[in-house]
Design a protein around this ligand. Structure first.
Ligand SMILES: Cc1cc2nc3c(=O)[nH]c(=O)nc-3n(C[C@H](O)[C@H](O)[C@H](O)COP(=O)(O)OP(=O)(O)OC[C@H]3O[C@@H](n4cnc5c(N)ncnc54)[C@H](O)[C@@H]3O)c2cc1C
Ligand SMILES: NC(=O)c1ccc[n+]([C@@H]2O[C@H](COP(=O)([O-])OP(=O)(O)OC[C@H]3O[C@@H](n4cnc5c(N)ncnc54)[C@H](OP(=O)(O)O)[C@@H]3O)[C@@H](O)[C@H]2O)c1
Length: 247
């Protein structure tokens, strides 16, 4: 990536004390839904940069980033202090392979994420492609508590628009709430609760799974899927699982 774009903050949504969405105006080029770019601030005379997934759909403005404040992290607490009108550097290019172009044809698409890993899937769901290509699309969002289930309005709007083609399964690991699955996704895959809740087939014969967020979740879900004959997708060795980890 070459020179930085000088972005301007146009808004900041505060979902909870530590979960936020930053909206940025910048002359950003084309990208594919699911990709990330980098945000940067000058801190102590040094340009501190980190990757962040784009939540907005391609060719829409402003750019949106869904992130959490990592206590004592070098960048995220500073991003959280930004207000409308403040400057933030944006890398000019998007990168990443968590995109539908990399996903082979299947009947059902599963998007499984933890926490802020929801972001790239929202961008994908805001485009026409998943609805054109897959018979059923299931979004699984796993968080500790219900307060961390951000973007519920957008997800409800997608559900209303897409009807039976779309399924949404919220998962909560540290409290109970009506309509949410309890526990973690690897267990819910192994004991069949996830498929029952989603009312969708997740067999290797007809599904592709995209994973995003906590690296331990990605590792453990990948292992649970491998037990069912679903393997990492590679261009040279087509499979059923595509993943991106955030740390
Ligand atoms: C490809 C890619 C895309 C990313 N997209 C996003 C995104 O859209 N939203 C986002 O919030 N983060 C995203 N991240 C993580 C992000 O780049 C930063 O690491 C994070 O915002 C913390 O920055 P920091 O400088 O405060 O702390 P860092 O020094 O970067 O991280 C310190 C520690 O915080 C933990 N951590 C980092 N990111 C997260 C997270 N998202 N949730 C929980 N714990 C975390 C890890 O244990 C990490 O070692 C992405 C990372 C990668 C590699
Ligand atoms: N969420 C909060 O209230 C909170 C508050 C202060 C600080 N933090 C810090 O912020 C960071 C991120 O927290 P977060 O809640 O956004 O993200 P997270 O820790 O990645 O948790 C998100 C979801 O992923 C689940 N998960 C974790 N490991 C998993 C695995 N191996 N397999 C499957 N699922 C797994 C969690 O379940 P489990 O609950 O079972 O781990 C939780 O349901 C953490 O470092 C945390 O210390 C969080």
């Amino acid at each position: 990536m070459s020179t930085w774009l000088e972005g301007r903050v146009v808004g900041q949504t505060r979902w909870t004390e530590r979960l936020l969405s930053l909206q940025v105006q910048a002359p950003f080029g084309p990208f594919e839904a699911g990709q990330f770019t980098r945000l940067a601030l000058d801190i102590g005379g040094e340009r501190m940069a980190r990757p962040y997934s784009l939540v907005n759909a391609p060719a829409t403005a402003p750019l949106e980033f869904y992130y959490n404040v990592v206590p004592h992290g070098p960048l995220s607490p500073r991003l959280a202090a930004l207000q409308a009108g403040d400057g933030v550097y944006v890398a000019p290019d998007a990168a990443g392979f968590l995109v539908l172009r990399e996903v082979p044809q299947a009947q059902n698409l599963w998007l499984i994420c933890t926490g802020t890993g929801l972001g790239p899937f929202l961008s994908i769901l805001r485009t026409a492609e998943p609805w054109r290509r897959f018979r059923r699309v299931t979004l699984v969002h796993a968080t500790r508590v219900v307060a961390d289930q951000a973007y519920r309005g957008l997800i409800a709007a997608l559900a209303a628009e897409r009807g039976a083609q779309f399924g949404f399964v919220p998962m909560l690991s540290r409290e109970a709430a009506p309509g949410a699955l309890a526990g973690r996704s690897p267990e819910a895959i192994r004991d069949g609760r996830l498929e029952r809740a989603a009312q969708a087939d997740r067999s290797a014969a007809c599904s592709h799974v995209m994973l995003c967020g906590n690296p331990d979740m990605v590792k453990e879900v990948t292992a649970a899927l491998a037990e069912r004959g679903m393997h990492k997708h590679r261009r040279r060795a087509p499979g059923h699982v595509t993943a991106e980890t955030y740390w």
